[in-house]
Design a protein around this ligand. Structure first.
Ligand code: AR6
Ligand code: MG
Length: 313
């Protein structure tokens, strides 16, 4: 059994690695190969800076640690304050709009509902920041669904935006409870598929199983699963990227980024799942060291672990 501590840190560091490495390729078409990304990571000199994906993940972790559990209002304010301190991190248009509405007096309940003509956001922004919740609440999938739904609705109220976050959280939780030597990628995809309550996701996850069995080319993966900013066009893609490359956390991230499109977020989500399986050891130290604030991110993982331990007893 892998020590849970390293799995907690691994999931948060995986988020940051996928995000920071993918950020340079956001909006690109498919890259020549996953090894192109690995080579880039190895040769890059200087600091790899993270974007909103990691910044919001940090905020979610900070709130859980400060409140010693989930407190929606506290988390909402934490995400808003962090954004206001560092608004340059490449946030999607939705969350900053919510924060501005709240500052002008609209309630936290109402503000996210007003986005996108009153439909709410189905962007992948709730899914990309979900790792700390998945770590702390991984033991009960029922509780995890409830907490993730509430945390998502701080900014993302569209049911498809919420469901993407729930499934990403399930994937992390399953990975956390598994070990690399006994992991079965098809069983894993089936377990995530069983958990969904939305037809779009059920269909995508069933497609993912077929693509895995057929060893589909990357172009077909992009065509069938998507690589864009909507949660349903990126969360199932990340879950697939991990399942296809479960033996190596770095290969999983490199494969995800090589698909192009919303590369940082698909990289971040894939990294969160892969890091939860392999732990921090899954990532080469020389890459972790290049990631901005990696020591702080590891420390948040350790504090979440401590919190999880204390809540168990
Ligand atoms: N109808 C149409 N388009 C939508 C809808 C909707 N109901 N909801 C979302 N979109 P947003 P995020 C599209 O702004 O999810 C950063 O680059 C729309 O194009 O709520 O936090 C991160 O790295 C909208 O602009 O923000 C991630 O890649 C987009 O989805 C991403 O942004 C994003 O939704 C996270 O974005
Ligand atoms: Mg980003």
């Amino acid at each position: 059994m892998f020590a849970m501590l390293t799995k907690f840190a691994g999931s948060l560091l995986g988020t940051a690695i996928g995000d920071s490495l993918g950020a340079g390729f956001e909006g690109f078409g498919p890259l020549p190969s996953p090894s192109y990304v690995l080579e880039f990571a190895r040769q890059y000199r200087g600091q790899l800076r993270y974007t909103d994906d990691t910044h919001m993940t940090i905020g979610v972790a900070e709130s859980l640690i400060e409140r010693r559990g989930f407190d929606k209002l506290h988390m909402a304010n934490k995400l808003m304050e962090n954004y206001e301190q560092q608004p340059f991190r490449g946030y999607g248009p939705g969350p900053p709009t919510v924060f501005r509405m709240v500052r002008s007096g609209v309630s936290w309940e109402e503000a996210p509902r007003r986005l996108f003509g009153g439909r709410g956001s189905f962007g992948n922004g709730a899914a990309m920041r979900v790792a700390p919740l998945a770590l702390l609440f991984h033991q009960s999938l029922e509780e995890l669904r409830e907490v993730v739904s509430q945390a998502s609705q701080i900014t993302h109220t569209h049911p498809l935006g919420v469901e993407g976050a729930v499934l990403q959280a399930y994937a992390i939780a399953l990975s956390l409870k598994a070990t690399p030597s006994s992991f079965d990628p098809l069983d894993f995809l089936e377990a995530v598929a069983q958990a969904t309550r939305e037809a779009v996701y059920a269909e995508k996850l069933s497609t993912a199983q077929k693509l895995l069995e057929q060893r589909a080319e990357r172009a077909e993966v992009v065509r069938r699963l998507g690589n864009s900013v909507e949660a349903f066009n990126s969360a199932p893609t990340a879950i697939f990227c991990f399942a296809k490359n479960y033996e190596s956390a770095m290969d999983a991230i490199a494969y995800a980024i090589s698909l192009g499109g919303d590369a940082d977020t698909i990289g971040a989500m894939t990294g969160a799942i892969a890091g939860a399986l392999h732990g921090e050891q899954g990532f080469p130290a020389e890459i972790v060291e290049k990631i901005e604030d990696s020591a702080y991110i590891r420390e948040l993982g350790a504090k979440l672990y401590e919190l999880w331990e204390s809540r168990r007893s």
